[in-house]
Design a protein around this ligand. Sequence first.
Ligand code: GRF
Length: 194
Amino acid sequence: MSKHPINVVVLISGNGSNLQAMIDNINAGHVDATISCVISNNADAYGLARAQHANIPTAMLNHKDYTDRASYDNALTKLIDGYQPDLVALAGFMRILGDDIVDHFKNRMINIHPSLLPKYRGLHTHEQVIANGDKEHGCSIHFVTSELDSGPVIKQAKLTVSPDDTVESLKQRIHQLEHKLYPEVIQWFAEQQS
Ligand code: GRF
């Protein structure tokens, strides 16, 4: 364990099952971190309710309220900076971020992606695995850089694709891997800070 819990801000857009895995692992003492805020760009994100249930502050920043990407990213940067996080963790945050915000949080912003990067950047990864008959699939956590899903990979988890797998079964199986991998990587990051 590191000397102090690290301060994490989590960005979400949807269900927030990875957020839940972080919360559960922090509460169980497996991850030496505190989540100071969960930020969403989508008011209907179920992850906001998960955060509220865990007494974690939440904030909404809707990209539709901004005329361009730069002004949204600027507002998001200021909002995140207000919490002075050691780490910004993207967990199903469905926004492409511009160069300025990515540079601002260089080496302290990470993302989880449901593929074995560099394979299958972007959306519909499970569909591509099935269509290409891949034998292996997995998920990756990487530092965020200005090119989508392309920053240095920190850690991956893999599974063997079975002939019976469907897009839905892969989605569920990958989520199970993600829920173990993300807390591990946050703990790794915390240990680097001590
Ligand atoms: C995960 O599969 C993650 O890899 C991708 O978005 C999904 C988020 O799921 N970036 P959840 O909202 O954490 O349940």
